[in-house]
Design a protein around this ligand. Structure first.
Ligand SMILES: *Cc1c(COP(=O)(O)O)cnc(C)c1O
Length: 219
């Protein structure tokens, strides 16, 4: 089990099993393979095994790795899951097909401008600081309604909400809370769940799970 391509099927099976328990369709859950820190030669076997959705957390790293990989396979869907500085919004809009880290007003305007300029709509998740942790990215729960309004006024394409719950405690209550916030605000997408907790996230409605180390091994 130490090749990414072998692990891929195991993870897809576990997603399907969790979806079944929740009476959901496995197809309604997108597995994003988080390839940050891993070189192209570790990524290619996964693409060859049929995985087309990948995630990176740094604009610079994605710019170095992905143009060549995309050239080899036109069907890649690349997601940004890490914090985004406003001055990198234009690069992000060119490089990525989806952005999971929209978390503040200044980024709403920077992304709206960048999308206009590029003539390219990149769907976004609003990241919520679900555990109210000081160091963590994401907008405060109390600020979510205002940020959503701004994003809607700016006509950013919104898929839903994203979170990274606090480490080392049971994530289920945080996933459930993100689901409730999405419901309350009329959003369908839920980007939640990582290597250690993606099955729990699927049980609680995740539409996108972001799995790195369980696929690629430790970073
Ligand atoms: C690295 C990362 C992941 C994947 O984490 P693993 O524990 O390796 O699965 C998911 N989401 C975000 C935002 C990340 O930065």
């Amino acid at each position: 089990m130490d090749q990414p391509a072998t692990r891929l099927n195991e993870i897809l099976d576990r997603i399907a099993a969790a979806a079944k328990v929740a009476r959901r369709k496995a197809d309604d859950v997108t597995l994003i393979a988080i390839s940050k820190t891993h070189p192209a030669q570790r990524i290619v076997p996964l693409i060859e095994a049929g995985q087309h959705v990948f995630g990176e957390n740094r604009v610079q790293e994605a710019a170095e790795k992905w143009p060549a990989l995309r050239e080899a396979d036109q069907g890649i869907d690349l997601h940004l899951v890490g914090q985004l500085q406003s001055n990198k919004a234009e690069d992000a809009v060119h490089l990525f097909d989806c952005i999971h880290s929209l978390d503040r007003s200044s980024l709403v305007s920077a992304l709206a401008r960048a999308m206009d300029k590029a003539g390219r709509q990149v769907p976004c998740f609003i990241q919520v600081n679900i555990g109210a942790e000081e160091q963590k990215g994401g907008c405060a729960i109390a600020d979510l309604p205002a940020l959503l309004d701004e994003a809607r006024v700016a006509e950013l394409p919104l898929l839903g909400l994203m979170c990274v719950p606090p480490a080392a405690i049971e994530p289920a209550p945080f996933f459930a809370l993100l689901g409730k916030l999405a419901d309350d605000n009329g959003l369908a997408g839920l980007s939640m769940g990582m290597s250690d907790d993606f099955e729990t996230a699927v049980l609680l409605g995740a539409t996108h799970v972001r799995v790195g180390s369980a696929l690629f091994g430790a970073r």
